[in-house]
Design a protein around this ligand. Structure first.
Ligand code: NZQ
Ligand code: ZN
Length: 385
């Protein structure tokens, strides 16, 4: 195991009816708030009205940044920064999925920064200050509700980058707020959660039994509950379990003492930057291809994955065969839940393949399990076509 410092200051407020806590939080954080939300789902579900009413009861003046896109755009973030400066906003409340939260994080670090907020995403600056941020999560996927990551797309330059920004002060997670998530977004969320675990599970770090079993517990819990949420979107316990898994998969618990990978996320972000496809859909396509490309680097880890997570029977098989069965089981699971399996499902051809490979490696080779150059990325993308 490697050295680590573990710190996570986000207060997680989880469960049925927990939205009521918002009023007290709002009183503590100040009288002027920027409410950030997406393209209208919170209006349709009635959540918008409930949030406004709680903020008003707390005596808050509410300004709004509405219409945050899935794969949020830098231009939208800049509008939010301007609005906060003009109105003297004290804190930000994000109500929505990962895109809304990520945009809100970008606004939170952009307001006190004199330069261009994109500097944080191109590694020219490190965030030192931020406006306080609260979130009400409506979609299980990114873990953004309890981490400091934010992913923003600069559509003019077709770049999509993540940055370390700011932890939410609090996040309210009521599984009922995810009942209305459409089937496709539910599938993308499941793919994203599993992919977060894969990025941190496939490692060469040894003697990490707790981290390994934490990761396997999350994967098994997601797999067990996936069919349930897809069959009955209002199955409270299944939604609750997927929601909690999403948070735990990317809140800093899994990578402690472990060298993690993250190449597949960089590849997916490059695809989304060029084609604007859903993040979880891209991951479901690319991750199994990455697995096939790299498993030789540590076959034993893939054998463990196959036997522990997918219950592959190892008897009479070589390690290579067991590892490949585990990868095939991963592909079969994604296909079974209805996730896309090829880039062709999004009408993506090899036309911009080299461009995407370059965009996936803007700061040099990526990944730790196997270090990938842009040529490696191009091969993985070709396998994904
Ligand atoms: O915009 P609205 O109308 O709210 O609709 C959204 C959006 O169309 C809808 N939705 C959300 N909650 C809903 C709902 N529809 C009905 N009922 C609800 N309760 O779902 C659509 C997708 O929302 P989005 O926020 O884009 O999805 P997700 O949470 O998957 O976020 C994806 C973004 O997060 C980034 C991705 O790259 C992508 O840009 N990521 C952020 C990470 C982080 N901050 O740690 C890590 C991830 O790996 C990921 O890269
Ligand atoms: Zn992800």
């Amino acid at each position: 195991m490697e050295n680590f410092i573990y710190h996570n200051p986000t207060q997680l407020i989880f469960g049925r009816g927990q939205l009521a806590q918002l009023e007290e939080k709002a009183r503590q954080l100040g009288p002027t708030v920027l409410l950030v939300y997406g393209g209208g789902s919170i209006g349709r579900t009635g959540l918008y009205d409930k949030v406004i009413s709680l903020l008003q009861s707390a005596g808050c003046r509410v300004h709004e940044l509405a219409g945050v896109e899935p794969n949020p755009r830098l231009s939208t973030v800049n509008k939010g920064i301007e609005l906060c400066r003009k109105e003297g906003v004290h804190w930000i409340l994000a109500v929505g999925g990962g895109s809304v939260i990520d945009a809100a994080k970008a606004v939170a670090i952009g307001v006190p920064y004199e330069g261009d907020v994109w500097d944080f995403y191109t590694r020219k600056a490190i965030a030192q200050e931020a406006l306080p941020l609260g979130t009400v999560l409506t979609l299980a996927a990114t873990g953004s509700e309890m981490n400091r990551g934010s992913v923003v797309t600069n559509w003019e330059t077709q770049e999509k980058h993540g940055a370390g920004t700011t932890f939410p002060t609090f996040s309210i997670l009521d599984p009922e707020h995810t009942f209305s998530v459409p089937r496709d977004q539910t599938i993308y969320g499941i793919s994203d959660i599993l992919s977060h675990v894969f990025e941190q599970y496939f490692t060469h770090t040894t003697e990490i039994p707790l981290q390994t079993r934490f990761a396997e517990s999350i994967m098994k819990s997601v797999i067990e509950n996936a069919e349930r949420v897809l069959t009955d979107p209002e199955d409270y316990d299944a939604r609750a379990n997927i929601l909690y898994c999403g948070t735990m998969a990317l809140n800093g618990t899994l990578p402690v003492g472990v060298t993690t990978d993250w190449a597949t996320h960089s590849i997916e972000h490059a695809v989304s930057a060029v084609y604007d496809i859903p993040h979880g859909g891209g991951l479901a396509i690319i991750f199994p291809k990455w697995m096939r490309y790299v498993y030789h680097e540590n076959v034993a880890r893939f054998v463990r994955f196959a036997t522990e997570v997918w219950n592959v029977d190892p008897s009479g098989k070589t390690d290579n065969e067991i590892a490949l069965e585990g990868i095939a089981a991963t592909e079969a699971f994604f296909a079974q839940i209805g996730a896309p399996t090829r880039l062709a499902d999004y009408a993506i051809t090899d036309e911009h393949l080299q461009l995407m490979a370059e965009k996936a490696t803007p700061f040099g080779p990526i990944g730790q399990f196997k270090t990938l150059t842009s040529d490696d990325v191009a091969q993985i993308l070709r396998l994904s076509l």
